[in-house]
Design a protein around this ligand. Structure first.
Ligand code: ZN
Length: 118
C-alpha cells in the first residue's frame, strides 16, 4: 500500500516525499500535484485512485484496503470463471429443457445434423 504523488505537468509519479518531479524537475506544490492511493489486492491486482489532497488519498487508501480485505473474507466481486459458471449453466439448461422451452445449446445440437445434411 502506497501513496504516490503525480506531477500534473508531465504526469509522472514520484514518491510522496519528493519535493520536485523526477522527470521534469518542476517543484511539486499542492496546485500542480495529485495524490495516487495504491493498494495491492490479495489476487495480485493493484487498484489505484487519484485524488486532490493527501488527507483524501489516505482515506481512500484505507477504504481500498478495507474493500480488499472484505473481498478476501466474503469472496465478493470476483468475476466468475468458466469452470464455476459452466456447471451452473448446464444445470440451468437442464431445467429449461425439462420445462419444455428451447435452449440455445440444445437447439444448436439438434440443428447440427441439418447443417451437415443429415
Ligand atoms: Zn513532472
Amino acid at each position: 500500500m502506497t501513496i504516490n504523488t503525480r506531477c500534473l505537468n508531465c504526469k509522472t509519479d514520484s514518491k510522496l516525499t519528493a519535493k520536485k518531479c523526477l522527470k521534469c524537475g518542476r517543484k511539486l506544490t499542492p496546485k500542480n500535484r495529485r495524490y495516487m492511493a495504491i493498494v495491492k489486492l490479495s489476487n495480485g491486482r493493484r487498484v489505484s485512485k487519484m485524488v486532490d489532497n493527501l488527507e483524501l488519498a489516505r482515506s481512500v487508501k484505507s477504504k481500498l484496503k478495507t474493500r480488499a480485505v472484505e473481498e478476501d473474507v466474503f469472496q465478493i466481486r470476483k468475476s466468475p470463471t468458466l469452470e464455476t459458471a459452466w456447471p451452473q449453466y448446464l444445470a440451468w439448461a437442464e431445467n429449461k429443457k425439462k420445462s419444455g422451452r428451447t435452449v440455445n445449446v440444445y437447439g444448436m445440437f439438434t440443428s447440427f445434423p441439418v447443417l451437415m445434411g443429415g
